[in-house]
Ligand binder design. Structure first.
Ligand SMILES: [Cu+2]
Length: 331
C-alpha cells in the first residue's frame, strides 16, 4: 500500500513496461496504484571477455540485466526493492535505501547518533529485511548445504601451506539450519536437487551469497528481539507450509513475542529432500553521516543467487557481440 506510482517519476530508463498494483485498503475497498511496478532492461558493463594475445583477437560481450522494481515511501524513508536478472543466470536482490533520516534536536555532541546539521542529531539505527525464498530447483524436493572454505593443515598433504578446499555440510533439520554469515570463511548456502544432475553428474543447484549484512545490536532481552525473533539468525530454513508466510507471524504488531520463525522451527522438522523454504535476513547498519542530510544518497543492501552446476557451462555463450560504433582498436 505504500508503493509509489511511477507515472510521473523518472525511476526507470529506456524500454519500460509498467504494471498497476491492485490491492485492498484498510476499509476493504479496492485501491489501484497506477504504474507501481517497473520492468526494464539496462546495460551492466562487461559480461565476459578474453584477449588472445597470440592471435591478436578480442572477444567481449556486454551484459544486459532485466530489472523488476518498485519503490515505497515509509514515512520519512524510501525503500526501493529491486530484482535483477542477468544473462549468466545470476539473480540479484537489492534494497535501495534513501529519503530523510529520522532526526531529533540536540545542543551537544550526541553519543547515539551523529550531528548532521547544527543542533540536528540523526540517530544510529539498523534496517532489517527478511526474504522468504520458496525454492524449487528443477522440482519440489530440494536440500540445503552450507559451504565453508577451509585451509588444509600444514603437512605432507600440504607442504607449501597453500592448499584449501570447500567443505559442504547438509543442513538436515530446522535447528541445524539456523545460521549466521561468516565472510572470512567465504560462507554461502547452496540449494540443490539431488534427483537432477548436470552433464558432470553434479546435483543442479543455486547458491545464496550474502552481501552487506550485520548482527542486531539490540540485546536478546530487548522487546524488538522478542517481537522480531527472526532477527536472531541470518539464515532459517523451513519445510513449505501454506500458513507460514511472514517471519514474525501474520500479526507482527499484535503479539508479545516468539511468533513466526522461532515458533515454527521449535519442532525441528526435517529438511532433507523436501519442499523447502529458505529465509534470508539481512541488515543495513546505519551510522549517519553529514552527507546523508538533508536527503540521503542511496545506500544498497541485498544478496545474490548464482547457479552452481545448474547449467552445463557458461549459459551466456550465445550472447551476440555488440555492433562497434567505430573500429574497436585504436579508434
Ligand atoms: Cu538508515
Amino acid at each position: 500500500m505504500l508503493a509509489n506510482s511511477l507515472t510521473n517519476g523518472c525511476d526507470c530508463l529506456g524500454e519500460i513496461r509498467y504494471f498497476d498494483a491492485v490491492l485492498t485498503d484498510s476499509r476493504g475497498e479496492v485501491a489501484v496504484t497506477k504504474n507501481a511496478v517497473c520492468l526494464h532492461e539496462e546495460d551492466f558493463g562487461v559480461l565476459w571477455k578474453h584477449t588472445d594475445w597470440r592471435r591478436d583477437q578480442v572477444d567481449v560481450r556486454r551484459s544486459r540485466r532485466l530489472v523488476l522494481s518498485f519503490f515505497t515511501t515509509v514515512d520519512n524513508y524510501e525503500y526501493g526493492f529491486y530484482w535483477y536478472f542477468y544473462q549468466d543466470g545470476t539473480i540479484q536482490y537489492e534494497v535501495k535505501l534513501t529519503g530523510i533520516l529520522l532526526a531529533a534536536a540536540l545542543a551537544d555532541q550526541p553519543k547515539y547518533g551523529t550531528l548532521v546539521a547544527p543542533e540536528v542529531n540523526a540517530l544510529n539505527h539498523q534496517h532489517f529485511f527478511a526474504m522468504r525464498l520458496d525454492f524449487d530447483i528443477d522440482g519440489c524436493e530440494n536440500q540445503v548445504y552450507e559451504v565453508n572454505s577451509q585451509a588444509e593443515p600444514l603437512g605432507p598433504e600440504n607442504p607449501y601451506g597453500n592448499g584449501w578446499y570447500a567443505a559442504s555440510t547438509l543442513l538436515a533439520t530446522e535447528k541445524a539450519a539456523q545460521r549466521q554469515i561468516d565472510p572470512l570463511g567465504g560462507r554461502y548456502w547452496k540449494v540443490v536437487n539431488p534427483q537432477k544432475h548436470n552433464r558432470l553428474g553434479q546435483a543442479v543447484g543455486f547458491k545464496l551469497m550474502p552481501g552487506d549484512n550485520i548482527r542486531p545490536f539490540a540485546h536478546p532481552e530487548a522487546p524488538i528481539m522478542q517481537r522480531a525473533g527472526f532477527l536472531a539468525q541470518h539464515l532459517w530454513v523451513t519445510p513449505y507450509h501454506p500458513d507460514e508466510n511472514f517471519p514474525a507471524g501474520p500479526y507482527p504488531n499484535q503479539h508479545p513475542g516468539g511468533e513466526g520463525l522461532p515458533k515454527w522451527t521449535a519442532g525441528d522438522r526435517s529438511l532433507d529432500n523436501t519442499d523447502i523454504v529458505l529465509w534470508y535476513v539481512f541488515g543495513h547498519h546505519h551510522i549517519p553521516r553529514p552527507e546523508d542530510w538533508p536527503v540521503m544518497p542511496t545506500a544498497y543492501s541485498g544478496f545474490t543467487l548464482k547457479p552452481v552446476g545448474f547449467f552445463d557451462q557458461n549459459p551466456a555463450l550465445d550472447v551476440p557481440p555488440s555492433a562497434p560504433k567505430s573500429a574497436c582498436h585504436g579508434a
